[in-house]
Design a protein around this ligand. Structure first.
Ligand code: GLC
Length: 479
């Protein structure tokens, strides 16, 4: 199977969120299947460093038409771990600070989507499947409809579209359609494709036109039928139910491995947890927390936004800290009010709260490794990778039962010792606090807690199973 995987971010080259992790690890897992030829395509952003650029080779350049604009498109190539990566070079669009948030994002990612459609002909390579992700590459199935007849390499190509987060849909006033996207009103501005309350909605267009749609957990696939989770696309999702499926993400178990991770101060494994205690000690030292081996460190690593559950955490914060053994470590940036709340909390609880209002890969590893509990009370969580990473490092999650959190964290039962974490259902600070109480109770039983940590570390969150599910989706399209 020849697979072209298109994503606006791909780890380890460039990352702002979980999409990059998936785009970094799923194609590598797919490349393991015999007969697969997997290639990944992404923009060549200014933020992609020289260490990567020096490993790229220039393939070719060409021009294509985007509306009335004739656009330059350079292609660079890098082969790594059995996967070929193509980097799309256009400095006008991508030589800027940051990945998103520019006034012309619609145009930038329309350009990228069109570049993905034009690339197979330039390579003389015919993909069986183009797999696209989130709003940034949502125009690919639409451009394929338009391009199929003029590009022989795409005459039999199918599309799969994955929703990583339905909150960001790519919605624009309808004048963008012909003026910027170069699409014809009569053909594309209708209820079956891009039109949405008289606007253009890219994610809707992809859900309608892709041959198959997936999302990143089975529970999120179900939740998307409800207005609360679908942000206005519930009707579209319901109408396309026959071709939608949820597949739980995995994590890259080579990267996230406490027995091999060079970024943490001491390595450890389920058989020997002593390194974990050393990581905890070092974390307290590094962050200026009280040096207390009996403290229970709660870690939280995320964008600081409402849907990640920070309203619950801030509302309940003083009651969380009312447990004298608790220390709280936060890492992330986001909404100003949350940033301020945690800066202030660090002052109010000296030696017990560490607020790190930044993004830092080394510190995130140190927290995964050194914390005891990982708090993730998301209002919505399509999949979530942090809870899986935390478990792999023996850090027990407290989660709300939504999306991928529900699918990856079965509730712990202290009697049977089944389950992997502490859970609650309602979006309610009281319920979150009671899950924390259960966690702290369980933590007092040292032997049982060690077994829980070991079970978490041994849980299988590798990509193998999920990659097989994607492979099945691709194959199903050709039956
Ligand atoms: C988005 C979702 C997150 C998911 C990730 C990868 O960031 O918000 O839940 O894990 O995509 O699919």
């Amino acid at each position: 199977m020849r697979i072209l995987y298109a994503s606006s971010e791909v780890a380890p080259f460039i990352k702002t969120g979980g999409l990059a992790d998936v785009a970094g690890s799923l194609p590598r897992a797919l490349a393991e299947f015999p007969g697969n030829d997997v290639r990944v395509i992404l923009p060549l952003y200014a933020g992609i460093g020289d260490d990567w650029r020096s490993q790229m080779t220039f393939v070719k350049y060409f021009y294509f038409q985007l509306g009335w604009r004739s656009c330059y498109c350079g292609l660079f190539e890098l082969v790594r771990g059995g996967v070929t990566y193509y980097f799309v070079d256009n400095e006008a669009y991508f030589k800027r600070n940051g990945l998103y948030g520019h006034f012309d994002d619609g145009e930038r990612f329309a350009y990228f989507s069109k570049a993905v459609i034009e690339t197979p002909r330039q390579l003389g390579w015919s993909p069986d499947v183009i797999h696209c992700n989130d709003w940034e590459t949502a125009l690919i199935p639409i451009y394929l409809m338009e391009g199929r007849s003029r590009i022989p390499e795409l005459s039999a190509t199918k599309t799969v579209y994955t929703i990583h987060n339905i909150e960001y849909q790519g919605r624009y006033g309808n004048s963008i359609l012909t003026e910027v996207f170069g699409l014809d009103y009569n053909g594309y501005f209708n209820e079956d494709l891009l039109s949405y309350y008289n606007d253009v909605n890219l994610m809707k267009g992809a859900i309608m036109s892709a041959d198959y749609v997936t999302t990143v957990s089975p529970t999120y696939a179900t939740e998307l039928q409800y207005a609360f989770y679908a942000h206005g696309l519930e009707g579209v999702v319901a109408a396309q139910q026959h071709k939608i499926r949820g597949i739980l993400n995995g994590i890259d178990t080579d990267v996230w491995d406490p027995s091999r991770d060079e970024k943490i101060p001491a390595k450890f494994s389920p058989d020997d947890l002593s390194g974990k205690w050393e990581c905890k000690r070092k974390l307290q030292e590094q962050l200026g927390l009280n040096q207390d081996p009996n403290a229970v460190i709660i870690g939280s690593i995320s964008r600081l936004v409402g849907h990640k559950g920070y309203d619950l955490i801030t509302a309940a914060f003083d009651r969380i800290m009312a447990h004298p053994e608790v220390q709280f470590v936060l890492l992330g940036t986001g909404e100003w009010s949350f940033e301020e709340f945690f800066r202030n909390a660090q002052n109010r609880y000296p030696g017990r709260v560490s607020a790190n209002i930044t993004y830092s890969a080394p510190l995130s590893s140190a927290i995964y490794a050194g914390a005891d509990l990982f708090l993730m009370p998301s209002v919505a969580e399509p999949c979530g990778l942090s809870q899986m990473i935390a478990m792999r490092y023996g850090t027990v999650p407290i989660v709300r039962l939504t999306g991928g959190l529900k699918d990856s964290v079965p509730s712990y039962n202290p009697v049977t010792e089944e389950g992997l974490g502490f859970t609650f259902g309602n979006i309610n600070a009281e319920d979150m606090l009671s899950a924390l109480d259960r966690a702290l109770d369980a933590h007092r039983n040292t032997d049982a807690w060690q077994r829980l940590m070991q079970h978490d570390m041994q849980a299988d969150f590798s990509w193998e199973r999920s990659a097989q599910a994607y492979q099945d989706v691709y194959q199903h399209l050709f039956l």
